[in-house]
Design a protein around this ligand. Sequence first.
Ligand SMILES: [Zn+2]
Length: 102
Amino acid sequence: MRSRCEIVQDLLPLYVDGAVSRETAEFVKGHLVVCARCRAVQTRLLRSKHWNPEYAAAAEHPEQQPEGEELFRRYIRQWKRRMGLAFAGIASAGMALVWWMG
Ligand SMILES: [Zn+2]
């Protein structure tokens, strides 16, 4: 029979990625509280994740999250895309109507 530690350590890579269900996360979290060995494994995993430069940058520079002007620009971009889709919808509906009217 597999020990609890083995199961938790199998799940840890998914757990640190947030890719497990809530029940599984609770199980892992509960075990990490009582098991220093698995906590050490988690620390190692988190540290190795930080070798990913993109992830490390995001974790270490939360102030670089888009805000203000960038957020506004993004909003405009989304709005334009939505308007484009609406226009395409209206245009194709119009074409269909013209075709149907003969
Ligand atoms: Zn353990």
